[in-house]
Ligand binder design. Sequence first.
Ligand code: ADP
Ligand code: MG
Ligand code: ZN
Length: 480
Amino acid sequence: MKYEVVIGLETHAELDTESKLFCGCSTKFGSEPNSQTCSVCLGLPGVLPVMNKKAFEHSLKAAIALNCEISKFTNFDRKSYYYPDLPKNYQTSQNYFNIGNNGYVDIVVKEEKTRIDIHNVHLEEEAGKLIHPEAPGANYSLVDFNRAGVPLLEIVTQPDMRSVEEVESYMQTLKSILLYIGVSDCKMEEGSLRFEASISLREHGSNIFGNRVEIKNLNSMKAVLKVLAYEISRQSDLLDNGEAVLLETRLWDDVNSVSRRMRSKEESHDYRYFPEPDLVPFWIEQEWIDETKTSIPELPVNRHHRFVNELSVSDYDAGILTEDRLLADYFEECVKISQDCSKELSNWIINDVLRELNEQKINIQDFAISPEMLVALVKIKPTIGSSIAKDVFVEMVNTGKSAPAIVKEKGLAQIDNASELDEIVIQVIEKNPKAVEDYGHGKKNALAFLIGQAMKITKGKASPKILMELFKQRLSTNSK
Ligand code: ADP
Ligand code: MG
Ligand code: ZN
């Protein structure tokens, strides 16, 4: 590739609050259109906004977790524009004093750590949602203001990403940070997390950026990666032909997998930003910042690192375990209870627990098997063998009973009493003279056959290890 790729991302995350940013309306997703509105979020004349403290706290927490410098003085600005989903004709946002500036996120691509700088983090309100009916002849649009005024955090990176892989890792890392600190549910399918990408190309070694294209309307991480691949080829063709890349906003058409021009890129002065006169500025005390810092849990990258180095979990497994904070908590709880076998526990969680969660479409907090129960299964496993342990696991999921209870109820414990097994071994030897003779002639599978016969008698509950020893002993005395 002749060109270097330069990418920056703007992320919008809806904050997880009960009520909207400036009024008491519910933020619940999926309700009857326009059932969660009031005079404030509909922008009727004479109303006054009141800041939602939780939303403000969430944005402070996010800015700290993203390593930003926190502006102690912060206020809100009006970003003026007209659009049918924006009842006030301006969006209350932050422009001159963002809550956080100059942060960073460390990402890992192919086991290499790279730092993506964050330009700023700011708090603003959502717009409503336009619905364009597709019915034939429908020549109208509908607007749902339930979303208008939902608190929204915008996180803007520097143009620091140099490949599609870095973008993918950044999106995933950012998502897991927001989930870890509990400020957003990050449900992309509900629009709680959305990305806009800016991309430009330049010749390798050049130190000036090329013209960028901004792409909106990306509703999945997959769409982001697809549009970037598309733009890389579209822009490099233009440059190869000596044509200019226009500074513009494009929309991604997921059905046809192309990006289309929407408009020329707006400039910040187009928005006529000015300080919001209806809200007082905010002063954030150092004490508040310090308190918030202590409420931030260990972030996924660090936890991943610790799982690998202290709990001997593989790099790959640690990645899966730390993706979801509650899953990582579950694993750590198991390790704490068992005091050892972290490797075995991580295997159970990654193979069996995750499979069940997927099948039942539930989260770990709703799972029938508690950490105590999983540890009890792992501890009892040596007495029942691995394959029966898998059956017991399924039984636990279905009945909610503990492993020891199931083992007892179904009589699954292995017979490891040597004298009890020895009787059976003698029996089997007497009934199978041919196999005994074959064994004497050095036929290895004769022993397996004999063990199989003994297993049949015990209905699979004998310890194969003890049986093997007993047969070897008996048969060697026989042949003497
Ligand atoms: P605006 O306010 O017009 O959206 P910003 O300065 O906020 O512009 O930048 C938007 C995004 O574009 C940021 O994520 C930034 O990293 C990215 N960006 C800026 N310049 C370039 C460029 N030349 N190539 C790629 N991305 C860029
Ligand atoms: Mg922007
Ligand atoms: Zn309202």
